[in-house]
Design a protein around this ligand. Structure first.
Ligand code: FAD
Length: 458
């Protein structure tokens, strides 16, 4: 028997977009107006822009895992699991819970904010040997992996082994890849002082990108500054170059160079969560094609946003521009989408999402940074103050702010201990192991599942 009388709002994903949406729904909805449910595999919101600092040990993993349950107005039901398919006709979301049960969750309104996964290409060996930088587990794993290479290189008497363990390749000259290479190079540069049997000259970081510039969104001058800073620190930057082949002990660049390495970090862009494809609806480069009010045209009560939604960028001139996949947009879209869900519920008009980009901050480790807040170009310490100040103020809870500030202070004063935790040792560590890319159903499987089981009302 259906005992539910209130409309059911289902939010998928507790990232920048999903959490802002849920918080706003909790604040603005009357208690008896609707039931809000959040599906999320983790009990935290991950502050992704600080992930390279976790990989490099400047921050502990816990400091950027912001609790979902530390909220005064808390009344959302949380389902611990991942959505693996959505049937928008039947209005049912199929969920795999963290204890591997498959459940059908009916809804009246669905907000799709499952973010994105690492984008890969059909390059031989890539998915078997590359590590990503999208999840907390990946950042923690990479840190351990890099320290492991130093430990093993230090112990080895084989020059070939030493060479391959002490070269590191990062693919992707966007902000994620550049920050990752910069922060990890700082880690190995500082750590090598504690390894007397390693010649520091053998450590080499390669940052490569098929594009002709690093971080084109920074503009020519600032992009060049970032490149100069990194080159001065000994990072080998190759532009117009990608990977032709990846193996366990070497990678081959498209310019023919073969680099002996056991560390290939792949950050060459993102693509919307595979959940979006399960809807069988129109997409724009993998993101769900939505209106500027973030709803799916012709479908009642389906919304998508953040990295998973192709939201028209109304602040940009010219037709067809969509908002870039950034936290800056995702957070703000989360608020507007909550207002639009409530407006739909109350039969009120929806409002479009409009936001003019505020710029970019790029932390290159230590005192090195480049930032472009509101079009003002900054380098060095002022850029670093803006970068850290921006991230610090964007952290959602006071406790997270204190944790991050304490970690920054401790790291600046006492440095790093370069401890390898071993939590992930001997576990599979490919992109699919960390990003669960093969967990999703096809649109047909979703339909079969729902038709087969019958949609059960709770
Ligand atoms: C290293 C790095 C640095 C970055 N730096 C910046 C920066 O400086 N500034 C900036 O603006 N942006 C930055 N970004 C981009 C920014 O983090 C993303 O654009 C932003 O996180 C998108 O928000 P979202 O809510 O769409 O997705 P996310 O924040 O990724 O959240 C998605 C959530 O959904 C969950 N999820 C995934 N699949 C499912 C599923 N099937 N079911 C249920 N839940 C699911 C995930 O666990 C996650 O919690 C950076 C990204 C990276 C990787």
């Amino acid at each position: 028997m259906n005992t539910v009388t209130r409309p059911r709002i289902l939010v998928v994903g507790a990232g920048f977009a999903g959490v802002e949406c849920v918080r706003r729904l909790e604040r603005k909805l009357n208690t008896d107006e609707a039931d809000v449910t959040l599906v999320t595999p983790f009990s935290y919101q991950l502050y992704l822009p600080l992930l390279p600092q976790v990989a490099s040990g400047v921050l502990t993993p816990q400091s950027i895992a912001v609790s979902l349950r530390r909220s005064k107005k808390y009344r959302t039901r949380i389902i611990p699991g991942g959505a693996i398919g959505v049937d928008i006709k039947a209005k049912v979301c199929v969920i795999r819970t963290i204890n591997d049960e498959i459940v059908n969750e009916p809804y009246d309104y669905i907000v799709l904010s499952p973010g994105s996964i690492t984008r890969t290409f059909d390059i031989p060996g890539l998915t078997d040997h590359a590590f990503g930088m999208k999840t907390l587990a990946e950042a923690a794993y990479i840190r351990d992996h890099v320290i492991t290479q130093l430990d093993l290189a230090d112990a080895s008497d084989d020059p070939a082994e030493k060479a391959s363990r002490l070269q590191f390749v990062v693919v992707g000259g966007g902000y994620a890849g550049t920050e990752t290479a910069a922060c990890l190079q700082k880690l190995t540069h500082a750590a090598v002082k504690r390894y007397p049997r390693i010649d520091p000259g053998l450590i080499k970081w390669h940052l490569i990108d098929i594009a002709p510039k690093l971080m084109p969104e920074l503009g020519d001058k600032l992009g060049r500054s970032a490149q100069e800073i990194l080159t001065k620190r000994g990072i080998d930057i190759s532009l117009g170059v990608s990977i032709a082949k990846a193996g366990p002990e070497e990678v081959t660049f498209t310019d023919g160079r073969v680099v002996p390495t056991r560390t290939l970090i792949w950050t060459a862009g993102v693509v919307a969560s595979p959940l979006i494809a399960t809807l069988g609806a129109e997409t724009v480069r993998g993101r769900l094609a939505v209106t500027s009010a973030m709803n799916l045209p012709g479908q009642d009560g389906v919304f998508a946003l953040g990295d998973a939604g192709a939201v028209p960028d109304e602040a940009k001139e010219g037709d067809g521009a969509i908002c870039p996949p950034t936290a800056q947009h995702a957070m703000r879209q989360g608020k507007v989408v909550a207002d639009n869900v409530i407006a739909t519920l109350r039969n009120q008009p929806l409002k479009p999402y409009v936001h003019k980009d505020l710029g970019l901050v790029v932390d290159l480790g230590g005192k090195d940074a480049v930032s472009k807040p509101l079009g003002i170009e900054l380098r060095g310490l002022p850029a670093q103050v803006v970068a850290r100040g921006y991230h610090w103020s964007a952290l959602r809870t006071g406790v997270a702010k204190v944790r991050v500030a304490t970690n920054w202070t401790l790291n600046a004063l006492a440095g790093d201990d370069f401890v390898r935790t071993g939590f992930q040792a001997r576990k599979p560590a490919t992109l699919k192991d960390f990003e669960y890319t093969d967990s999703y159903l096809s649109p047909e499987q979703v339909r079969d599942r729902i038709e087969g089981s019958g949609t059960q009302e709770p």
